[in-house]
Design a protein around this ligand. Structure first.
Ligand SMILES: Cc1cc2nc3c(=O)[nH]c(=O)nc-3n(C[C@H](O)[C@H](O)[C@H](O)COP(=O)(O)OP(=O)(O)OC[C@H]3O[C@@H](n4cnc5c(N)ncnc54)[C@H](O)[C@@H]3O)c2cc1C
Length: 358
């Protein structure tokens, strides 16, 4: 059977791509190795910036906890609270992703669960893909198969940097609003987010080793003993060497394209944005890699620079940095979506002078 597009992976990137393609009149096949609803290691924080790119308001089947602000701290050394009402909500990914998939199917995409592709090659003007022994052909393939992307590897795209995260679900809410503790993880943080059925706790780090012990120490610091099992270790690829392959026949979106915000760890928004744009590029014949370089890469580069600046500060200076009024305002604006790291990164040049002891 021949399709206009095959989308591999039905997370937020894949469902957004498939829905956009189907709404644009394309015949689209959406594959996932899993049946839905399926869970996914994730804090489940959906920033308010995501709402305008969703198919509609969250339905009753996607319960959520609203976010009114954030608490930031460094162990017991310092803590600051940022009030940011309306800055988003926390969901369970099983509910959220199942809803996005339903919307893609409602728009006309054909979904096949339990479908693992094991061969992919260029064919004529498009691609050929083998799924459970059956070959399907398509004009374009959108690789949305997540952080350990088979399609990215197939077209030779590699991440330039990799972060690691481990998460677990606690049965009680732990904190009234999202909490980040920067004393855990290597150039990373630990988090506790209230979610509809308790709390998501986790730690992210630029180093893979020892995360289970770090997560246990964080949970102990929260007064909850060790982290509950199962705790799940997952990579977050960044700075992919390419987001397209085989002369634009294969387009990568979401985690498969390394579209994770290097400072916020936010991936859902970028998965949806890149999935949609990959689909638009196929429908309109416009350049996806050029769009990514223009619209996504500058924010990721600015965020990576801000992250490097922040983690280079020793803990006491970090506190002085965080309590500066312009930093608090800037962070609140970044959390509530009214500013980006790209807008704010220029301000870093003025900060060393402000941090110098008087
Ligand atoms: C611990 C952790 C916490 C996070 N917390 C947050 C957060 O709070 N907020 C936020 O915005 N982001 C968060 N992120 C990032 C976010 O989870 C991802 O960026 C987002 O899920 C990416 O969406 P995606 O559609 O690209 O991939 P995924 O959601 O991973 O979906 C990929 C899909 O592809 C399928 N698949 C994989 N391989 C194949 C294959 N070969 N064939 C067929 N199907 C395949 C998988 O089954 C899966 O359904 C977190 C990440 C981690 C690891």
């Amino acid at each position: 059977m021949s399709w206009d597009a095959v989308v591999v992976g039905a997370g937020p990137a894949g469902s957004a791509a498939a829905r956009t393609l189907a709404l644009g009149g394309a015949r689209v096949l959406l594959l996932d190795r899993k049946a839905f609803p399926r869970d996914k290691p994730c804090g489940g924080a959906v920033s308010a910036r995501v709402f305008p790119v969703l198919p509609g308001p969250l339905p009753a089947g996607v319960p959520s906890v609203p976010i009114y602000g954030t608490d930031l701290r460094w162990g017991r050394r310092w803590a600051i609270g940022l009030d940011a009402p309306g800055s988003g909500c926390v969901v369970r990914r099983a509910d959220f992703d199942a809803w996005l998939l339903d919307e893609a199917v409602r728009a006309g995409a054909e979904f096949r669960p339990g479908a693992v592709a094991d061969a992919l090659e260029p064919s004529g003007e498009g691609v050929r893909l083998r799924v459970r022994g059956e070959w399907v052909t398509a004009r374009r393939l959108v690789g949305c198969d997540g952080a350990v992307s088979w399609t990215a590897r197939k077209v030779g795209a590699r991440p330039g940097a990799m972060a690691w995260a481990m998460d677990a679900v606690m049965p009680d809410p732990v904190a009234a609003r999202p909490l980040f503790d920067f004393s855990f993880g290597e150039r990373g943080y630990a988090w506790a987010f209230p979610r509809p059925d308790g709390a998501s706790v986790g730690v992210c780090s630029m180093r893979r080793g020892g995360l289970r012990g770090t997560l246990d120490r964080f949970c102990a610091a929260l007064g909850r003993g060790a982290a509950p099992a199962p705790a799940r270790l997952w990579p977050a690829p960044m700075e992919m060497s390419a987001v397209e392959g085989w002369d634009g026949r294969v387009l990568l979106a979401g985690d498969a394209a390394g579209a994770v915000h290097p400072a916020l760890g936010e991936g859902i928004r970028y998965a949806i944005l890149t999935g949609r744009q990959a689909a638009e590029s196929i429908l309109n014949g416009t350049g996806y890699a050029a769009w990514f370089e223009r619209e996504m890469a500058p924010e990721f580069r600015a965020a990576a620079r801000m992250r490097a600046f922040f983690y280079a500060l020793p803990a006491p200076l970090m506190k002085r940095f965080m309590v500066l009024p312009r930093v608090r305002q800037g962070l609140t604006a970044i959390f509530d979506g009214s500013r980006t790291c790209r807008d704010s990164v220029g301000a870093l040049d003025a900060l060393p002078a402000l941090l110098r002891p008087r």
